[in-house]
Design a protein. Structure first.
Length: 302
């Protein structure tokens, strides 16, 4: 049984199920339940494999109301809002998570990444390491020595010391990396002409974006193809890079004090209620019943 706290980025797994499982899987009212089915199975798999004592799931609620939209109104403006058929399943996912005895949370102002970043800091202050369960490299920036990045569906687990080899930069420099390259998924422009390879070289030579701009002329001396051109681009787009940095950094100071991440006993009645509402029985029902029976009403111990 793991002593670390498992912090799960729910949207990654919900969207993955939405796109990979046919929406012909519908509930009693004819609405698709494919995303919920995939997410519920994933969450039960994590519990079966790791049996975490401490666990929390972060959901995205701030699709158009994040504090980042106040900084940059075009933030994520390129994304379509989830269709009603998917949006309805987020509620099922949250209710199922809570019924499993797992802390689940969302915020209209902060994103799931910020929830995970804040929880990671709070748990670390209590002496716990973190396992961040996601496929999103952005979240590597919340990692410290002793933590793990777990891409569950990719069957890849990375320790803090393996992040730089996997993604090109140290975890502490990921926000700077994204500020330089931009992030098309979130509609963050970055610095034109600075791609991943160039950003990797820059953030190997400079400790941070701030240090880069404090000693910008040194860029012309680096072994970079077109170093003078890169210097010019960085000079011309300093304000853009600094703005992007405010968007790419994950907040770790949102109001989450006092959150209890310890798993509690599953509520079988509520679990079955959610499954019945979704019109799902069979394997998910059997697994929920087995988890409840194994738990025997007592919290997991070391």
């Amino acid at each position: 049984m793991s002593q670390a706290v498992y912090l799960i980025d729910a949207s990654v797994w919900i969207f993955r199920a939405w796109f990979s499982i046919s929406d012909a899987m519908t509930g009693p009212g004819g609405m698709p339940v494919n995303a919920f089915y995939g997410y519920a199975g994933f969450l039960l798999d994590v519990i079966d494999e790791e049996n975490p004592i401490n666990m929390a799931v972060a959901f995205d609620e701030s699709l158009t109301s994040s504090y980042r939209n106040e900084i940059f109104p075009a933030y994520k403006a390129n994304r379509e809002l989830p269709p009603p058929e998917l949006e309805a399943q987020f509620g099922l996912c949250r209710r199922f998570t809570a019924a499993l005895g797992i802390s689940e949370m969302a915020s209209p102002r902060y994103e799931a990444d910020d929830i995970i970043g804040t929880l990671a800091r709070l748990q670390r202050e209590q002496g716990r390491s973190c396992v961040v369960v996601t496929r999103d490299k952005d979240l590597t920036q919340v990692m410290k020595p002793g933590d793990e990045f777990w891409d569950y569906s990719g069957r890849r687990r990375l320790a803090y010391g393996q992040i730089a080899n996997a993604f090109g930069v140290l975890p502490e420099r990921m926000a700077d990396f994204l500020a330089l390259t931009g992030d098309p998924v979130d509609n963050i422009p970055g610095v034109p002409g600075v791609g991943k390879k160039t950003a990797t070289v820059l953030l190997t030579e400079f400790e941070s974006l701030e240090h880069l701009y404090q000693d910008l002329p040194r860029v012309k001396e680096l072994p970079l193809r077109g170093a003078a051109r890169i210097f010019d681009k960085l000079s011309q787009h300093k304000e853009d890079a600094m703005l992007a940095r405010r968007l790419t950094v994950i907040a770790d100071d949102m109001p989450l004090e006092g959150v209890n991440v310890a798993r509690s006993a599953p509520n079988l009645e509520l679990l079955l209620e959610v499954l019945d509402e979704a019109g799902l029985g069979g394997r998910l029902r059997r697994r929920s019943e087995a988890l409840h029976a194994a738990y025997a009403g007592e919290p997991p111990g070391p």
